[in-house]
Design a protein around this ligand. Sequence first.
Ligand SMILES: Cc1cc2nc3c(=O)[nH]c(=O)nc-3n(C[C@H](O)[C@H](O)[C@H](O)COP(=O)(O)OP(=O)(O)OC[C@H]3O[C@@H](n4cnc5c(N)ncnc54)[C@H](O)[C@@H]3O)c2cc1C
Length: 238
Amino acid sequence: MQIYWTKINQIIEETPDVKTYLLDRPEGFEWEEGSHTHMALEGFNAGEKPNRSLIRHMSISTLPHENSIGITTRIREQCSEFKSILRNLTVGDEVAIFKTHSNVPLKREGKNVYLLSSGVGLATFRPLVLDFFNREEGVNRIHSLNVDSSNAFLFPDVFEPAPDRKFTSRFVDNRNDYYEEVKDLAADKEGLFYVVGSDEFLKQNIEVLRGEGIRPDQIMLDKREGQLPEFLQVDLTV
Ligand SMILES: Cc1cc2nc3c(=O)[nH]c(=O)nc-3n(C[C@H](O)[C@H](O)[C@H](O)COP(=O)(O)OP(=O)(O)OC[C@H]3O[C@@H](n4cnc5c(N)ncnc54)[C@H](O)[C@@H]3O)c2cc1C
């Protein structure tokens, strides 16, 4: 396993409690849209075993052509050791990244794509939307729906509706409006539904989508293949 130590080159205050850390792109570091990586802080591998409290999974919110690795995260006042250290890092400080993989690349199967997310889950989808803007081939259109109770929505420049580019987007600040819209979107019985958020959020979305007749193979989750059955169990009873 290759560990890349890299420097923070910019910190963007997206909203009062969400920051994007832009990291230098190390030589040979590649990724595709929908990727997540392991981000680790100084000292994580100092002992015999890696110190898990200094490591977190993080999506990469940028694309390689932007030439920086973007990590977008919410840091609340009450936060973990990992986030309280991260909060105090500044430009020039180093972090480690390793084990990078995409579970949710943009499928180019001629379908409509629905990106359903909660809060900073939108970070996972930013590169999918940019990838679509770069190349529309094989994707009919994309619609993003994000729910964030803080009412401070992320990446307004990218997630601005652009109907002429076959991209629409909506932000809502409560779960009722959110699930009403998910039901409306599920009227598209051949659409592809990507869902990113907490496990509880995934389970609720799957329940609503399945209730509307969406099949498990139309639902994309940011989970390893081995974890999918826990969420998308196919009912084998006839
Ligand atoms: C594939 C994948 C991709 C991911 N991508 C991202 C991503 O792009 N961005 C991202 O932010 N996360 C991402 N995550 C989740 C990430 O790995 C962390 O689990 C998440 O950010 C929570 O971080 P944390 O454990 O450091 O807790 P925190 O965010 O610090 O805390 C979690 C919750 O616990 C509360 N809390 C924490 N400590 C205390 C305390 N001492 N007292 C009281 N309350 C407390 C906080 O208020 C908060 O509500 C991803 C996970 C996976 C599996």
